[in-house]
Ligand binder design. Structure first.
Ligand code: IPE
Ligand code: IPE
Ligand code: MG
Length: 241
């Protein structure tokens, strides 16, 4: 079974650089190369959606210099890659509170979304200044506004209603979550959306995560039985039917 939607925490850039006695930023640059490789792979394999965590709402806590270099890298990578992604039929989407970014960066983000909006290939979602708690908070605020305006009644609030106000609501839910870099935590990534996602953790540092490592993750996913609360026997029966 091939996942439709893969969500990745691209972690380990800093440690990759440290091992090579290089500045952390060199690791982030190498990380962009790894992302390019994985995007190409997903596009070729016919994966529908790839969501990657590029900058978390907590990453502002890093040294000012690293934050500013990361912003520069994001901007230059967009400037360099958007055209090519568009030529390859990739649809770019951004989730997160990126309005806090420089006007130049948010303009570039809007342009990239606009340019690629009608593409029908891989949907590449970049999570920047994203946090799962932020996502739940903004959904709650939207629902509250609908109640205030009389559009909605509190008894109408159910999971579907909440879901429709969350980021990625219009896309299939993530089937596979991958975190590179060895940490086994979610770090405030997609909290709502990961409810039934298969989790995969690898020691491989993100800049080293290329086709081969990715295939191992896909193989691990293919071997799993997703039960969604059913028994294993029920799932077998449903599959056989
Ligand atoms: C992930 O790599 C990239 C971002 C958070 C932007 P890290 O920079 O967290 O790398 P490590 O975890 O320090 O190795
Ligand atoms: C998560 O990685 C965020 C991104 C990869 C963008 P971190 O390296 O920031 O996560 P923690 O701080 O180790 O949990
Ligand atoms: Mg990290």
């Amino acid at each position: 079974m091939v996942p439709k939607h893969i969500a990745i925490i691209m972690d380990g850039n800093g440690r990759w650089a440290k091992k090579r006695f290089m500045p952390r930023f060199a690791g982030h640059k190498a990380g962009v190369e790894a992302l390019r490789c994985i995007v190409r792979y997903c596009a070729n394999k016919g994966i529908d959606v790839l969501t990657v965590f590029a900058f978390s709402s907590e990453n502002w806590r890093r040294p000012e210099e690293e934050v500013s270099l990361l912003m520069d890298l994001l901007l230059t990578s967009l400037q360099r890659e958007v055209r090519k992604l568009h030529d390859n039929n990739v649809k770019l989407r951004f989730i997160g509170d990126y309005h806090e970014f420089s006007t130049k960066l948010s303009e570039k983000i809007k342009q990239a979304e606009q340019l690629t909006r009608d593409n029908t290939g891989l949907v590449l979602v970049m999570a920047i200044n994203y946090g799962g708690r932020w996502d739940i908070t903004q959904a709650t605020r939207r629902i509250a506004r609908q109640i205030e305006s009389g559009e909605l009644n509190s008894t109408q609030i159910d999971e579907t209603q909440i879901h429709s106000n969350m980021a990625l609501h219009d896309l299939p839910e993530p089937d596979l979550f991958i975190r590179t870099g060895g940490e086994q935590r979610v770090s405030n990534f997609l909290l709502w959306q990961l409810a039934y996602t298969e989790l995969y953790f690898t020691e491989t540092l993100w800049p080293n995560f290329k086709e081969q490592a990715f295939e191992i993750a896909l193989d691990s996913f293919a071997k799993r039985q997703r039960r969604f609360g059913h028994t294993g026997e029920q799932v077998e029966r449903l599959r056989g039917a």
